[in-house]
Ligand binder design. Structure first.
Ligand SMILES: NC(=O)c1ccc[n+]([C@@H]2O[C@H](COP(=O)([O-])OP(=O)(O)OC[C@H]3O[C@@H](n4cnc5c(N)ncnc54)[C@H](O)[C@@H]3O)[C@@H](O)[C@H]2O)c1
Length: 322
């Protein structure tokens, strides 16, 4: 997110800068204006964004602490307005129940009021409402405002598809960045890292391996089905639910009744290859999987691991190690 912006100290008698909410004076005599953030949207993702932004604005001196969140107003079964409930309980009881948003999040059902002082506009609304919202906002935002779009989807018209970020930029005449990525499941993150490590290891071991093979049925399709179903998944889930207290051998015998697991032995074989070549650090997911199977790490290590980055680029390694 952009830092606060600097403006020369105004001359005595000069008009105050437009919409200056609060300011700090820096050592070099400049006024450091604090940026104000408004989140346009208050569904599940908009509420998550508002919560995270609000926790950051509390820590960052260059931002105004208050984060406004525009709410498409609705009446709850209790008869209360959603906005009133959010402001009273500090929780979006409909779209993000059970999570406190932070006391500096202010829900506002008036779109124009919610954006009028904002330097940063964070859009998090289903894409089908974006054109109408942008039309409402024309001429109502600060001229130097900047936008970030968290909106998925494109607007499809006769002239062709248009990205939501372009819609925002064109309609409002402001810059718009995009923030996107897998956010829901650790499983998706782990599958992606797994695929990366599979590709890198295959390329290390076999020169003729092509990237395109990983998009075939034997690649990503098999990876997804194996991760979401099948015997390895079934037994690994039982292993994790037991906190690693019951061994894979024991669970295999009990659950598969004669069928065999390949995952555990494959993890060991891969580990041996990597260890032999001194490459364990480059393949942290493969290494972690084996260490969980042998009981050296708890099953939860797989989730903790997914935030780590390998020490070297796998791509670089696959070039250097041939
Ligand atoms: N960037 C990411 O990684 C990411 C992750 C999840 C969701 N998203 C995107 O964020 C956007 C919002 O999704 P969500 O899950 O927060 O929404 P949601 O499905 O949880 O909530 C729907 C929202 O739409 C509002 N709404 C209903 N009718 C409306 C109208 N006529 N005009 C304006 N608003 C109206 C509702 O009040 C509610 O706030 C979507 O585009 C979604 O794809 C992005």
């Amino acid at each position: 997110m952009a830092p606060g912006f600097k403006q020369q100290l105004p001359q005595v008698g000069a008009a105050a800068p437009h919409n200056t909410c609060s300011s700090n004076i820096s050592g070099d005599g400049q006024v450091l204006l604090k940026s104000k953030v408004t989140v346009v949207g208050s569904g599940n993702w908009g509420s998550v964004a508002a919560k995270l932004i609000a926790s950051n604005t509390l820590k960052l001196g260059s931002f105004h602490e208050e984060v406004r969140m525009w709410v498409f107003e609705e009446t709850l079964p209790s008869g209360e307005k959603l906005t009133d409930v959010i402001n009273r309980t500090n929780e979006n009881v409909k779209y993000l129940p059970g999570i406190k948003l932070g006391k500096n999040v202010v829900a506002d059902p008036d779109l124009e009021n919610a954006v009028k002082d904002a330097n940063m506009l964070v859009f998090a609304t289903p894409h089908q409402f974006m054109e109408g919202i942008c039309k409402t906002l024309v001429g109502k935002i600060k001229t130097d405002a900047e936008a970030i779009s968290l909106v998925k989807g494109v607007e499809v018209k006769m002239e062709g598809p248009r990205m939501t970020s372009n819609l925002i930029s064109e309609k409002l005449g402001i810059n718009c960045s995009v923030l996107m990525g897998a956010n829901i499941a650790n499983e998706a993150a782990i599958m992606r890292i797994g695929l990366k490590e599979m590709r890198a290891l295959s390329k290390l071991l076999f020169l003729s391996v092509k990237d395109s093979t990983f998009f075939e049925s034997c690649g990503v399709a098999d990876l997804i089905t194996t991760c979401l179903g099948g015997r390895n998944r079934k037994v690994a889930e039982a292993f994790a639910k037991n906190g690693g207290q019951r061994s894979f051998d024991e669970l295999e015998a009990e659950m598969l009744q004669g069928q065999k697991l390949q995952g555990v032995s494959t993890a060991r074989e891969v580990y041996e290859v990597l260890s032999h070549r001194g490459l364990l650090e480059l393949f942290p997911l493969f290494t972690t999987v084996h260490e969980i199977c042998t009981g050296r790490l708890p099953p939860s290590a797989i989730v903790e691991y997914s935030g780590q980055k390998p020490k070297l680029s796998l791509l670089k390694a696959s070039v250097n190690c041939h």
